[in-house]
Design a protein around this ligand. Structure first.
Ligand code: NAP
Ligand code: MG
Length: 483
């Protein structure tokens, strides 16, 4: 087991500081044992971080730089992560539970955000609008100011990277609140900022309780913009607090996303989509393929294939799972594991059938067997509510219209997929699925370059791609009357 520093501080205004609300214990979910202690920020700590960020924004030490200078620093942050890849990935694995090789993918993905948004810094251009003789008019994009970012525990490094890379590239200063379950690896983002030479106070990273530090940050009068990823309930609380200060939010609130699988789909290829779509990160992915809506003629074949994949995964401590392969780590906590297990039991009670897995592993740690549920119908809770675990629900359809209707029948609308060799059928489904992103014949197709975000209760605003840049800037119009 790699050694972990026993106590981790918050990073406020360029200094590592204790927390005004003491410390909390971070556990290794694969063993249930204590990993380290983390400083817990009070509302006063949050205020100091916001004031530091505001100072940086107002004195133009960051926003006033030529974009190419910001671009180079943002890109340097990504290089720092790659240079320390192994160390960060081990820590991430120990606090979050995912296999080491998945943690490596997360750190590489995080570095990619700094590369991409570093590149974009120079592209945030305005336009000139013709107003007729006697006028010259142009627009500019100015940073919002202080960007507050509240982060979940499923991708603790990548979710920070995604938000701060775009925010910093566009000249904002950031205050990040990490999740209580996974605050440790976030420290490397502060170190990346130091390495890159960000001005003191441009990036503040602190951990605190949601109801205390999270609430203080989302309701702070000097915050100009909020990014939140997490549950619907907390998203509503944050958006309500933001509304009192008339502050815009970007909300990413999860989903219950469906793959529609037609009779002509390439099922050999689809096995790979099942493996990644629902068992990557033990299903703790907002865009997970948590439902399969399959044509009745191939239903049994698909269930058999899904069960084979679920059964093939070796489940155990992430730190021992070094190589890309047929394995899965622990969930993030016993609470999350038990919540998922109770949703499986409730589904069974409602008439669903467990085709694979379905039970917690009888060992210490937050392990759940990769699970496949069949006989799921649209009226069941399991077909509508996010499990956020390695639990796949399989539903049946008879015709295309019914498949689309089922895909759109939940309160969510984050992503969706359609699997078929028929281009017309795929295109029609893509236009009918109510979700921010549609995958045709490959779940998770896309990248840092492609916009991501929800319809309905999955939230609003878009992260990733060029779309995300517009979350972090104000548009100003300047109209000049010529003499
Ligand atoms: P959560 O409550 O939404 O937590 C996400 C983040 O919000 C954490 O940093 C949390 O801090 C913070 N927070 C909590 N209450 C807050 C408040 N009143 N004001 C400001 N910030 C606040 O999620 P959770 O309780 O960890 O997980 C519950 C469920 O949410 C999961 O089962 C899953 O369904 C969903 N979820 C979705 C995603 C996603 O990517 N869409 C990610 C995580 C969870 P603390 O850590 O201190 O509570
Ligand atoms: Mg919570």
């Amino acid at each position: 087991m790699p050694e972990v520093k026993p106590y981790w501080k918050n990073y406020i205004d360029g200094a590592w500081v204790d927390g005004g609300s003491g410390k909390l214990t971070v556990e290794n979910p694969a063993t249930g044992e204590k990993l380290a202690e983390q400083a817990i920020a009070s509302a006063a700590d949050v205020d100091r971080a916001v004031q530091a960020a505001k100072r940086v924004y107002l004195d133009e030490a960051w926003a006033g730089l030529r974009p190419v200078e910001r671009s180079r620093k943002v890109q340097a942050m990504g290089r720092y992560l790659l240079e320390n890849l192994h160390e960060i990935a081990e820590l991430l694995t120990l606090e979050q539970g995912k296999p080491y090789w998945e943690a490596v993918i997360e750190i590489e993905g995080s570095a990619r955000y700094f590369e991409y948004y570093g590149n974009q810094a120079e592209t945030v251009e305005g336009r000139s609008i013709p107003l007729g003789d006697g006028y010259f008019d142009f627009t500019t994009h100015e940073p919002m100011g202080v960007s507050a970012q509240i982060i979940p525990w499923n991708y603790p490094v990548e979710m920070i990277a995604r938000g701060i890379a775009a925010a910093l590239a566009t000249g904002n200063a950031c205050v990040v609140k990490t999740a209580e379950l996974t605050p440790l690896s976030a420290a490397y983002l502060a170190l990346a900022g130091e390495y890159a030479g960000l001005p003191q106070g441009a990036l503040n990273i602190l951990c605190g309780h949601g109801h205390e530090a999270g609430a203080a940050l989302s309701g702070h009068v000097d915050v100009n913009q909020i990014v939140f990823t997490g549950s619907v309930k907390t998203g509503v609380a944050i958006a309500s607090a933001a509304a009192k200060n008339v502050v815009p939010c970007v909300l990413e609130l999860g989903g219950k996303s469906a793959a529609i699988v037609h009779a002509d789909a390439n099922l050999d290829a689809f096995e790979t989509d099942i493996r990644w779509g629902i068992y990557f990160n033990a299903g703790q992915v907002c865009s997970a393929m948590s439902r399969i809506i399959v044509h009745e003629s191939i239903h049994d074949d698909v269930v058999e294939r899904a069960s084979k994949i679920a059964g093939s995964l070796s489940v155990g401590a992430g730190i021992d799972r070094r190589e890309v392969g047929a394995n899965m780590g622990s969930m993030v906590s016993l609470t999350q594991r038990d919540r998922a297990a109770s949703m499986i039991r409730a589904a069974e009670g409602a008439g669903a059938i467990i085709a694979a897995g379905g039970r917690p592993l009888n060992v210490p740690g937050a392990f759940l067997d990769p699970t496949v549920l069949t006989g799921v119908t649209q009226d069941m809770t399991i077909a509508n509510e996010e499990v956020f675990g390695p639990v796949l629900s399989v539903l049946k359809f008879k015709n295309d219209a019914e498949a689309i209707q089922m895909a759109n029948a939940t309160p969510y609308g984050l992503v969706g997929g359609v699997f078929t060799r028929d281009i017309d059928r795929a295109t029609k489904a893509a236009t009918k699925i109510r979700a921010g992103q549609v995958f045709v014949n490959e779940w998770f197709a896309g990248g840092v370059e492609t916009p991501f975000g929800g319809y309905g209760k999955s939230g609003y605003g878009r992260e990733k791609g060029r779309e995300a840049l517009w979350n972090y800037v104000q548009t100003k119009n300047v109209a000049i009357k010529l003499a």
